[in-house]
Design a binder for this molecule. Structure first.
Ligand code: NDP
Length: 282
């Protein structure tokens, strides 16, 4: 392996130190309201890690679990109460939600100033104008990893694989803000047989698909930066979307999976909470 490992934990810890100071300087309790609907092992594990980090940063994590049969209307009513509760600065809805609730619809009811996931259309829209204070967590984590390399993004050939609303699409906008040349690939690119040619030209490659080994290591161009967002369970192990060993032989920087993007995303959530608290003060 010749690539440098881009690990999320040390970057997360540095940002956490800044968050702790900001929370102190705000001078009053900052509260993150977390809503889970029904039982789910995955959601419970996210809640546990959010709570642990929140408490270590001096944030009050106010957890609310609603019954699995909660209707969309009842959840909206609940969100509205939190929207007007001045003691609460941030609201997060845990995924997955039961089938009767449409997340895309529900998320638009969270007041944009309290939308710590950065997924409200108003916050996504602000990215287009370069005015966003609250950013979607996974794209923000990718940007922090890129920043840590010290590489100037201006004019760089960036290829994103995956065009989901939570990763690929908002990330493409953040990279455009830095004057990178951005290509976004998706299933249509693969079906047209064009994925390899785009991957080969990437000076920076970011993959967020959810298919193990989709990107063959020998396609990575020499000295590329590779950010692997994918999380896949294969034979009891967590792996990304990129063939790690082969890619690490060619790249300049590569994220490990696990240990790359993952450790930074919850920290981005808490940074958004601080921004949310500041926005609500003005
Ligand atoms: P989605 O399923 O929403 O999006 C996957 C994207 O990949 C879609 O744009 C899809 O296109 C595209 N795609 C599917 N197959 C191919 C293919 N063969 N070639 C090119 N593109 C393809 O997933 P998410 O964005 O939510 O997540 C992606 C991965 O990142 C998952 O493994 C997820 O677990 C992980 N993740 C990790 C996070 C972290 O903190 N580390 C946070 C969020 C996600 P289309 O929709 O057109 O089919």
């Amino acid at each position: 392996m010749s690539a440098k490992l881009l690990e999320g934990k040390p970057i997360a810890e540095k940002i956490q130190t800044e968050i702790r100071q900001e929370i102190k300087s705000l001078g009053s309790t900052v509260i993150l309201a977390s809503i889970q609907v029904g039982d789910n092992a995955g959601a419970e594990s996210y809640v546990k890690s959010q709570k642990k980090l929140a408490e270590s940063l001096g944030i009050e994590y106010r957890f609310n679990k609603l019954a699995s049969e909660t209707s969309e209307a009842a959840l909206i009513e609940y969100i509205n109460k939190l929207n007007i509760d001045k003691s609460v600065q941030g609201i997060i809805i845990q995924m997955p939600l039961p089938s009767q609730i449409d997340y895309k619809k529900i998320s638009t009811f969270i007041c944009p100033e309290k939308d710590v996931e950065g997924m409200h259309p108003a916050n996504i829209g602000k990215i287009v104008f370069g005015k966003a204070k609250i950013l979607p967590c996974t794209p923000a984590a990718c940007m922090e990893l890129l920043k840590s390399t010290g590489v100037n993004l201006y004019g760089k050939e960036v290829v994103i694989v995956g065009h989901s609303e939570i990763v690929g699409k908002p990330l493409s906008l953040l990279l455009l803000e830095e004057f990178a040349t951005v290509t976004v690939c998706h299933i249509g690119t693969s079906k047209a047989g064009k994925l390899e040619e785009h991957v080969k030209k990437a000076q920076i490659l970011i993959v967020a698909v959810g298919k193990p080994n989709l990107i063959k290591g020998d396609l990575i161009s020499p000295e590329a930066i590779v950010i692997d967002v994918g999380i896949n369970r294969v034979e009891g192990k967590i792996v990304g979307d990129v063939e790690f060993e082969a890619a690490a032989k060619k790249a300049a920087f590569i994220t490990p999976v696990p240990g790359g993007v993952g450790p930074l995303t919850v920290t981005m959530l808490m940074r958004n909470l601080v921004e949310a608290a500041k926005l609500q003060r003005v």
